[in-house]
Design a protein around this ligand. Structure first.
Ligand SMILES: Nc1ncnc2c1ncn2[C@@H]1O[C@H](COP(=O)(O)OP(=O)(O)OP(=O)(O)O)[C@@H](O)[C@H]1O
Ligand SMILES: [Mg+2]
Length: 358
């Protein structure tokens, strides 16, 4: 039975009518979950579910940790809405990109060792089972003042990206889903929403004075025009497999080292996007310039890599995280945010002058 306190959103009602046989993950329904896991043969016939928990904070999907009498596993279901905002539609096909991203890793040991092993993919029910990496912290804590990402951790993170972008995934790579629907949703939040004057999001609820500070960017037509062009590059295709959301929330520190999760935004695109996003977040953690330099020096640029494009994407990511909807636990004063916004604008409009940290 559904928890009576949970109100079904219109999206959920419509979807359930369209797909009456779909299996819905629900932490309060262990019996039906156990039946389903046995039907897809992710657990054995004599296995018993002992507990269901929430492994960590997620916004987009329902992610559960299931403990049986023999193992634990992570289940991730993409529903046709955003889990945290059930009135906002989101394409279920995103789970296919995530599953195939992990599957593409399987013939590449140096990539594979940094990601959870996919244990099962139930395409019909938009459900993925992943190896449980344990109860680990992600890197979001590093936005806190004084918390630094260590040099050796940074090396692992940038080496993974270099290898990802320089690996030829062959025919399987060429048939990778284009993930257009999820990218279109992301495009709106990265390249459009932050610049919409009437988007209804009062930035003063994040920090007093931020709304006013944002107006200089929302009314900058040259900036908006360039951001639009960059948005088209993002929506286009490119030569490399991208993680698509390469930021501290997608990195877990485990006893066995760093693990990369949540590649639902993966697609073949311009590698400059992943690099720019990572660099933007490193700047938002207030990483010193010489460490940033070590990071960009360590990245092995694939053929045709355009430093200016990476710099511009870095600027876009900074702006969207400070004046867009997808806020982060940043530990920055208003002045520091203003300064980063100005830096971001320069990176977008004058990437050649800014350059990657050297
Ligand atoms: N394989 C795993 N092992 C252990 N913990 C995991 C695993 N996968 C996810 N988690 C935990 O669950 C959280 C949510 O997972 P994930 O980021 O994949 O969900 P999401 O809904 O896509 O999140 P977001 O809305 O941030 O994109 C992670 O931050 C992490 O703490
Ligand atoms: Mg996600």
């Amino acid at each position: 039975m559904r928890n009576p306190e949970q109100v079904m959103s219109d999206l959920e009602r419509i979807f359930r009518e369209q797909y009456p046989d779909a299996f819905f993950l629900n932490a309060d329904e262990p019996d039906s979950l156990e039946r389903h896991l046995k039907a897809v043969e992710w657990i054995s016939a004599d296995e018993k579910i002992m507990g269901i928990g929430h492994p960590g904070e997620g916004n987009m999907n329902l992610v559960l940790r299931v403990r049986t009498n023999q193992q634990t596993l992570i289940l991730k279901q993409a529903r046709p809405w955003v889990e945290k905002y059930p009135q906002i539609a989101a394409p279920v096909k995103r789970v296919e990109a995530e599953a195939k991203y992990y599957l593409l890793h399987r013939h590449h040991p140096n990539l594979k060792k940094h990601t959870p092993t996919p244990l099962g993919y139930d395409a019909e029910n938009f459900l993925l089972a992943l190896e449980d990496l344990g109860e680990n912290a992600d890197f979001l804590r590093h936005y806190q003042r004084g918390s630094v990402i260590k040099q050796d951790e940074l090396t692992v993170l940038i080496n993974y990206l270099s290898l990802l972008h320089n690996t030829d995934f062959g025919a399987e790579g060429r048939s990778f889903p284009d993930n257009t629907e999820l990218r279109t949703l992301n495009h709106e939040h990265i390249f459009k929403y932050p610049y919409a004057i009437d988007n209804g999001f009062d930035l003063d609820t994040i920090q007093e004075g931020l709304q006013n500070a944002s107006m200089a960017f929302k009314s900058d037509h040259a900036l908006i025009a360039r951001v639009d062009e960059l948005g088209s590059v993002y929506l286009g295709s490119g030569p490399c497999l991208l993680h698509g959301d390469y930021y501290p929330g997608s990195w877990l520190s485990t006893e066995d080292g760093i693990r990369i999760i949540d590649p639902e935004f993966a697609h073949f695109g311009r590698p400059e996007f992943d690099v720019g996003v990572m660099l933007g977040h490193m700047k938002m953690t207030q990483m010193p310039n010489d460490t940033l330099k070590a990071m960009t020096d360590g990245y092995q640029r694939p053929n045709g890599f355009d430093d200016d494009l990476a710099v511009a994407f870095c600027g876009v990511e900074i702006l969207r995280r400070i004046i867009g909807l997808a806020q982060l636990p940043l530990d920055l004063t208003l002045e520091e945010r203003r300064d980063l916004l100005e830096q971001g604008r320069n990176m977008i409009l004058k990437p050649i002058e800014c350059g990657l940290p050297r």
